[in-house]
Write a protein that binds this ligand. Structure first.
Ligand code: GCO
Ligand code: MG
Length: 430
């Protein structure tokens, strides 16, 4: 059937305080359309411009079936490439075309890729708190709900990706609270003083207190909750690399499922040191956009889990190639799946999770009700697993009318990544 791209629309919407970017491709076949995730929550309108001003005029009239050719020609259509904005724009197109192909074949995308290697995808959820007891309570509550993989974080600064949003949380740094250099050492929350503020209200982050508090958290959880749940932790970069090497060795005894983002992407070469010194499972990848960041990590087996944010790498087409390379080197997938992966992105993650033999785990940021309502078909999660609804394509849709009711809100600082600072005032690099 000769079906062509008739129109491309970008929906910028914020149902629950996180800015999402969704692409919709309408075709020359009435009622046949596809949707894709292009969410880069810190630069969403730049992604929309890349689509509306460049990819849309380039793609209108092309045959929807030729996903590979469309991906390759779009990828080089800017000549300079491999950046987060253009990759996210390309992902929205790519995922929408896979959605269309599945609808035309009357198959879910995982069947187009070769069918299922498993019934459902094990997920991990996020437990956090401002002291060890709060985190323990959340872990216990998730276990009662049937989850068995749980990421544990103490309220550390620098994880605030929603900087400047009106929705202030106790972790949203307030730069006005920064009152000059401070030497922070008393940062080890303990049961006796659970009201201790874990981090300075100005978003002060100091590596050593953070590392000590994380080790105290793991010790507490293994002693209180035990060993029957899989514990994950996200360092989120921010520490001097050699401390990451020390930390990975220090926590080996807690048998983490994985330790994530030990280093900033600029410090990838430090992973060699970790590999030579300990067996703590290593995860990295959400910040990678460029094949040159990914390939050495897989071919030298420097990581155990590839954490790529699928729209950040350009969509399903490149992600399936990366997961295939990972299988050859026994590196498993753990696609990035926080709140700023849209439900369409979660559906795309799931389709590869079901097909990839080397699936590791799927991150699952539990969507608030409004987000779930705006994207009908959000995959069901029960007993710690995410299940496909088996519908053709990605199996998810967008309620356009509802999306229009939740435009982006005003944000201070342009909705930038919130710069946590060291005690001396210097910026902490994620
Ligand atoms: C994760 C990530 C997120 C990022 C956020 C950035 O492991 O889920 O680290 O928490 O900080 O996606 O916008
Ligand atoms: Mg992370």
């Amino acid at each position: 059937m000769d079906v062509k791209i008739k129109d491309i629309k970008v929906f910028l919407t914020e149902p629950d305080n996180i800015r999402l970017v969704t692409v919709k491709i309408n075709t020359t076949e009435p009622e046949l359309y596809g949707i894709g995730d292009a969410t880069f929550t810190q630069r969403p309108t730049a992604v929309a411009t890349a689509i509306n001003d460049y990819l849309k005029p380039f793609l209108i009239g092309k045959n929807v079936s030729d996903i590979e050719d469309i991906w390759q020609t779009s990828y080089v259509s800017s000549y300079w490439r491999n950046g987060p904005v253009l990759n996210n724009a390309l992902s929205g197109i790519d995922q929408a075309l896979w959605d269309i192909k599945g609808k035309m074949a009357n198959m879910p995308v995982y069947d187009l890729l070769g069918g299922r290697a498993r019934e459902a995808a094990a997920v991990y959820v996020h437990a956090s708190g401002s002291n060890v007891v709060e985190v323990e309570d959340q872990v216990r509550s998730f276990i009662e709900k049937g989850f068995h993989h749980i990421r544990v974080q103490m309220a550390t600064e620098g994880l605030t990706s929603n900087y400047g949003s009106k929705k202030k949380t106790k972790n949203t740094p307030d730069p006005k609270a920064f009152t000059g250099p401070k030497w922070i050492t008393s940062w080890i929350p303990d049961e006796s003083n659970s009201d201790l503020i874990v981090a300075h209200p100005a978003g002060i982050f100091e590596p050593k207190p953070y590392l000590r508090s994380a080790i105290k958290l793991f010790e507490h959880l293994r002693n209180s909750v035990g060993w029957d749940f899989e514990m994950l932790h996200d360092v989120h970069e921010r520490i001097p690399p050699i401390l990451g090497v020390w930390f990975a060795k220090e926590v080996e005894k807690y048998q983490l499922f994985f330790l994530e983002d030990l280093f900033s992407p600029e410090d990838n070469q430090y992973f060699k040191m970790v590999r030579n010194q300990c067996s703590t499972p290593i995860a990295m990848g959400e910040l990678w956009n460029n094949p040159h960041e990914v390939i050495p990590m897989i071919k030298d087996r420097l990581i155990d889990f590839i954490r790529i944010h699928m729209s950040q790498i350009g969509g399903i087409t490149p992600a399936k190639k990366i997961s295939a390379m990972g299988e050859l080197f026994n590196v498993r997938t753990a696609w990035h799946g926080p709140g700023d992966t849209s439900p369409v992105g979660h559906a795309a993650n799931l389709n590869l999770d079901l097909n990839n033999y080397n699936f590791g785990i799927q991150e699952y940021a539990i969507p608030p009700e409004r987000t779930r309502e705006m994207f009908p078909g959000f995959p069901e999660v029960r007993d710690g697993y995410m299940w496909s609804n088996g519908k053709p394509g990605l199996g998810i849709d967008l309620n356009e009318e509802m999306a229009k009711k939740f435009p982006f809100k005003e944000r201070a600082y342009g909705g930038a990544w919130g710069p946590a600072r060291r005690g001396d005032g210097s910026m902490v690099k994620p």
